[in-house]
Ligand binder design. Structure first.
Ligand code: ADP
Ligand code: MG
Length: 621
C-alpha cells in the first residue's frame, strides 16, 4: 500500500493553528493591542468596523520594525521576545509564542505599515492567505499600524459561527478594557463604526477604572494594597452595597496580564462573606506583581490562564488584604443584610415604631371584598402581659374563641414582647372569631394571620412586587403603560460598554413607560418614567435594568420585558422594614389575592407560607 502521511502545507498548518489563537474578532484585537504595548507604545488607537467582521486596525507609536523584522513577524514561531524555552520564566511581555500575526494572516487580509524609531522610511506589507503580496517602502509615522480586514473570509464555517454584532462588539470591548486597565500609563482610544467609544488619557489606575466604567465608580472603589515577599498586590474592590447581580467587573491581573482564576476568585468571595446579598457579586480590580519564575504563563494559547507555584499562599494573601480593606473602610460593621433582604431598610418614619405593638382592626376581614367601614374605626393596640401567659391565654379577657386554633394564636401573640399596657384587653379578640382578626406585622417584614387550622405568613415586599408586576404586565399587554413626565430631566451616564448595550434596550424601555433619549456619547436623558415609580433613583434603576438584560441576550422580547418588569417591581415595591397600617396590610393582601399567581414573587420566590397546625405542633416538641 502506498504511503499516505504528508506534511501539511504551511498555509493549512497556519490556518489550523489560527483556530487556537483567533476565535473571533476580539481575539485579533487582544493580540494586536498586546503587541503594541509590548512594543513600548505610549499611545494606541483601535479602529473597528462592524464589530470587527470587516475591519480591525491598531496603530501605535511603539518601537516599530525593521524591513526584515516586518516580514519575519508574520512567520509562525517568529518572535523577538524569547530566545530559548527557559526565557518564558522571566517573561514580562504579553506575547512570546510568536504565532499571533501568523495566525491572523492565515485567516484574514492583513496590511502592515511600520517604521522603526529614528528610521527615515517605513515598510508596507500586504498579506492575504498567508502569502506576502507586496512589500514596499512607505511614508508613515514612527510605530506600527496593522489593519486586518475580512476576518475568516477564507473559512466560511468560522465566519458563520460568529455571533451577532452586538455580542462580538461586547467581546471586543471586554478585551480592550482588559488591556487598557492593565496599562493606565498608556493612552488608548477606540473607535467603532466612526464613533469614539473610549478616549483614555494616561492616568492613575483609579482614574482609568473610572474612565472605563463610568463616573459612578469613583465612590464605589475601596483600595487594596499589600506588599509581601512573594507578591505585591494593588488595586480596588467595589463596596459591597454596589455589588451587581451579573458578574460584571471582576479582574485579576498578573504582571499586567489579565487572567482568570476561579480559585483566587473564591478568595475575594470569602473576604466579602456576609456582606453581600445572595445573588450579587463583588467587583474587583486586583493587580498582582510577582517573580515570573514563580508562574507558568504557557498553559493556554491565549494565556488567560496561568499556573501559580504558590497558589494557596496567594489565595490567603488576597483574602486577608481584601478583608482588611473592607474593614478599614468601615464597611464590614455598617452592613448587616438579612438573608433575603433586597434592600437595607429605610430609616423608620412611622410614629409607632418606638413602641412595637400589634395593631388590629378587629372588624376587618381581608377576605371580604368590601370591609365594613361603619364598624369601629382605626386600630387599637393589642396588649398582653407578655411572656407570662404562654399557653393559658390569661392575657385575654372575654369574649374569645375557645378552639385549639385560638390557643395556638394566643401562644404566638403572647410571645411578642413589649406590648403597651394601656389598651383595653376586652377589645382584643372580636366575638366573630379569628377570621375577623386583621394582620399582624412581624419584623416589619411579614404579615401574620391565623388561617384555618394554622398560620398564614405573607412576605410584604414580595407580595407588593407580585401586585406591581402583574399590573405592569397587564398594561404592557394592552400597550397602555401609564407614564409621568419629570419636572427636570435627569441624565444618566454609562460606561462605553454598557452604553452600547443600553442603546439596544431603548425601544423596550420606552414601551415600559420611560421617555428617554441618547444624550452625547455615553449618556441617556430621561424625560419621563412609568407612573408607579415614585421618586426613583434613575441611575440605579437603569443600571439595574441593564444588568438584568445582560443575562437575557438571546431570549425573546417578551421574556426580556417580563424580567425588566420584575426588576422594576422590585424597585418600586414596598421595602422590607416599612411599617404598615392595618388598612394598608389588608389592602395589600386583598390585591395579592386578586393576582393570577399570588403565591410566588415575580422572581419565583414564595410570597405566602401556610404553617399547618401539624407544623406548629412539631416546632413545639
Ligand atoms: P509574539 O507577540 O508572541 O512575539 P506575534 O506574532 O504577536 O508574536 O508578533 C511577532 C513579532 O512581531 C513580535 O515578537 C514583535 O517583535 C513584532 N511585532 C508585532 N507587533 C508589533 C508592533 N506593534 N510593534 C513592534 N513590533 C511588533
Ligand atoms: Mg503578540
Amino acid at each position: 500500500m502506498a504511503d499516505i502521511i504528508r506534511l501539511l502545507p504551511d498555509n493549512v498548518a497556519n490556518q489550523i493553528a489560527a483556530g487556537e489563537v483567533v476565535q473571533r474578532p476580539a481575539s485579533v484585537v487582544k493580540e494586536l493591542l498586546e503587541n503594541s504595548v509590548d512594543a513600548d507604545a505610549s499611545e494606541v488607537h483601535l479602529v473597528v468596523s462592524e464589530s470587527g467582521k470587516t475591519l480591525i486596525q491598531v496603530s501605535d507609536n511603539g518601537k516599530g520594525m525593521s524591513e526584515t523584522d516586518a516580514r519575519m513577524a508574520l512567520e509562525r514561531h517568529a518572535t523577538s521576545k524569547i530566545q530559548k524555552a527557559e526565557d518564558i520564566f522571566s517573561i514580562l511581555t504579553k506575547g512570546f509564542r510568536g504565532e499571533a500575526l501568523a495566525s491572523i494572516a492565515a485567516v484574514a487580509k492583513l496590511n502592515m505599515r511600520t517604521r522603526l524609531r529614528g528610521s527615515e522610511l517605513g515598510t508596507e506589507l500586504k498579506v492575504a492567505a498567508n502569502e506576502i503580496e507586496s512589500q514596499e517602502f512607505c511614508q508613515c509615522p514612527e510605530g506600527t499600524t496593522i489593519k486586518v480586514q475580512n476576518l475568516f473570509y477564507n473559512i466560511p464555517a468560522r465566519r458563520n459561527f460568529l455571533k451577532s454584532n452586538q455580542v462580538e462588539l461586547r467581546h471586543i470591548i471586554d478585551e480592550f478594557e482588559r488591556v487598557a486597565m492593565a496599562h493606565p500609563e498608556v493612552a488608548f482610544s477606540f473607535e467603532h463604526n466612526n464613533s469614539e467609544l473610549f478616549h483614555l488619557e494616561p492616568s492613575t489606575l483609579r482614574q482609568r477604572i473610572v474612565n472605563i466604567f463610568g463616573k459612578r465608580y469613583n465612590e464605589k472603589l475601596v483600595p487594596v494594597s499589600e506588599d509581601t515577599e512573594l507578591v505585591k498586590l494593588e488595586g480596588f474592590v467595589g463596596k459591597p452595597e454596589f455589588a451587581k447581580k451579573s458578574r460584571g467587573e471582576q479582574f485579576f491581573f498578573v504582571n499586567h496580564r489579565y487572567i482568570r482564576n476561579p480559585y483566587l476568585h473564591k478568595a475575594v468571595q470569602k473576604a466579602f462573606e456576609g456582606l453581600l446579598l445572595d445573588d450579587s457579586h463583588p467587583s474587583y480590580f486586583l493587580f498582582m506583581e510577582l517573580d515570573p519564575a514563580r508562574i507558568d504563563v504557557n498553559i493556554h494559547p491565549t494565556k488567560t490562564e496561568i499556573k501559580f507555584e504558590d497558589e494557596r499562599v496567594i489565595h490567603s494573601i488576597i483574602r486577608t488584604a481584601v478583608k482588611h480593606s473592607l474593614g478599614q473602610y468601615n464597611i464590614a460593621p455598617s452592613l448587616d443584610f438579612e438573608h433575603d433582604q433586597q434592600y437595607a431598610p429605610p430609616p423608620p418614619t412611622h410614629k409607632n415604631v418606638e413602641a412595637p405593638g400589634i395593631y388590629i382592626d378587629p372588624n376587618f376581614n381581608p377576605f371580604d371584598k368590601k370591609p365594613d367601614s361603619s364598624a369601629r374605626s382605626g386600630s387599637s393596640a393589642l396588649s398582653s402581659n407578655s411572656g407570662s401567659s404562654s399557653f393559658g391565654g390569661s392575657g385575654y379577657s372575654n369574649p374569645r374563641p375557645t378552639s385549639r386554633e385560638s390557643q395556638q394564636w394566643e401562644s404566638l401573640l403572647s410571645q411578642i414582647p413589649e406590648i403597651p399596657e394601656e389598651a383595653e384587653q376586652s377589645e382584643l379578640i372580636p366575638a366573630e372569631g379569628l377570621n375577623k382578626v386583621a394582620y399582624i406585622q412581624v419584623g416589619r417584614k411579614y404579615l401574620l394571620k391565623a388561617h384555618g387550622e394554622g398560620l398564614m405568613l405573607i412576605h410584604q415586599a414580595r407580595a407588593h412586587q407580585r401586585i406591581i408586576f402583574e399590573k405592569m404586565m397587564a398594561s404592557l399587554a394592552n400597550q397602555q403603560v401609564a407614564a409621568q413626565q419629570l419636572l427636570f430631566p435627569v441624565q444618566v451616564s454609562f460606561s462605553a460598554g454598557d452604553f452600547s448595550q443600553i442603546k439596544e434596550l431603548l425601544p423596550t424601555l420606552r414601551e415600559m413607560g420611560f421617555d428617554l433619549d441618547e444624550f452625547g456619547q455615553k449618556e441617556l436623558i430621561v424625560h419621563g418614567i412609568p407612573l408607579f415609580l415614585e421618586n426613583p433613583d434613575l441611575d440605579q434603576i437603569l443600571h439595574q435594568l441593564l444588568e438584568e438584560a445582560k443575562d437575557y441576550n438571546s431570549h425573546s422580547k417578551e421574556e426580556l420585558q417580563e424580567k425588566m418588569a420584575a426588576e422594576m417591581a422590585k424597585v418600586a415595591a414596598l421595602k422590607v422594614g416599612t411599617v404598615l397600617e392595618p388598612q394598608a396590610m389588608a389592602h395589600l393582601v386583598d390585591e395579592l389575592f386578586g393576582c393570577s399567581s399570588p403565591y410566588i414573587s415575580p422572581e419565583g420566590r414564595p410570597t405566602i407560607i401556610n404553617l399547618a397546625l401539624n407544623d406548629l405542633d412539631k416546632t413545639f416538641t
